[in-house]
Design a protein around this ligand. Structure first.
Ligand SMILES: CC(C)(COP(=O)(O)OP(=O)(O)OC[C@H]1O[C@@H](n2cnc3c(N)ncnc32)[C@H](O)[C@@H]1OP(=O)(O)O)[C@@H](O)C(=O)NCCC(=O)NCCS
Length: 193
């Protein structure tokens, strides 16, 4: 197993580590959307135009959440910095501080979800995922838009998100929603002897 260190991309230690055989194996980012940049009408259109009915997830959605997670937990790109740990019945359960929004087909199947941890006026996306058969139809953008609309109406003023900088789909979804990239990270890896 190799070792890994996650650092800001401009960290001065980077040069020294690269000279000592560490190499960049992944890049990741952080981004922020402040409430004054939110365009509610545009976000509302993203929600209504998407396939599937979008609503907040509840405690009784846990089985559907675990089923979708099990089908997709190997799909997250990137290394340790953007790893997605398979959900447990506890981490799959929405709560006051762990909110979740999903998209459902007419037959009730959950095909997309976004989980957001809320601390006071700040919301941080934990993960967003869409069933492989329902990707590239605006569903990820829509569930994220629904979460921003609901939480901003409850007083959240700062939305944070992040992920692999090589994940074009989530970068584009975030840009559409108004997120501004403000953190760049690298994962440095070295094979252990
Ligand atoms: C990332 C993910 C959630 C995107 O879901 P999605 O419903 O396909 O995304 P959307 O349809 O809303 O697309 C958003 C944008 O990305 C683009 N896009 C989607 N998939 C893409 C791909 N594979 N490559 C390049 N662009 C892609 C769309 O065209 C759209 O661009 P636009 O807004 O400029 O038109 C989905 O691919 C997924 O579940 N991946 C595995 C889990 C993951 O990586 N989650 C994100 C990190 S938490």
């Amino acid at each position: 197993m190799g070792e890994a260190i996650v650092l800001p991309a401009d960290d001065p230690q980077r040069e020294q580590l690269e000279r000592a055989s560490w190499h960049v194996s992944a890049r990741s980012f952080g981004a922020q959307l402040d409430v004054d940049r939110i365009e509610s009408e545009g976000l509302g259109r993203l929600v209504t135009r998407a396939d599937g009915a979008i609503r907040e997830l509840r405690a009784d959605d846990v089985d559907a959440v675990l089923t979708l997670d099990a089908a997709t937990s190997g799909d997250y790109p990137g290394g340790v910095a953007t790893r997605h740990d398979p959900l447990t019945p506890h981490s799959a359960a929405p709560s006051e501080s762990r909110r979740a929004f999903g998209a459902f087909l007419a037959d009730g199947e959950l095909v997309a979800m976004t989980f957001v941890d809320v601390h006071g006026a700040t919301a941080e996306t934990d993960f967003t995922v869409v069933h492989p058969e329902w990707r590239r139809r605006g569903v990820a953008t829509a569930v994220k838009a629904a979460s921003i609309l609901a939480l901003s109406s409850e007083g959240v003023t700062r939305f944070r998100t992040g992920g692999s900088a090589d994940n074009e789909a989530i970068l584009r979804a975030n840009a559409t929603l108004g997120y501004v990239r403000d953190e760049e990270w690298i994962t440095l890896t070295r094979e252990s002897a």
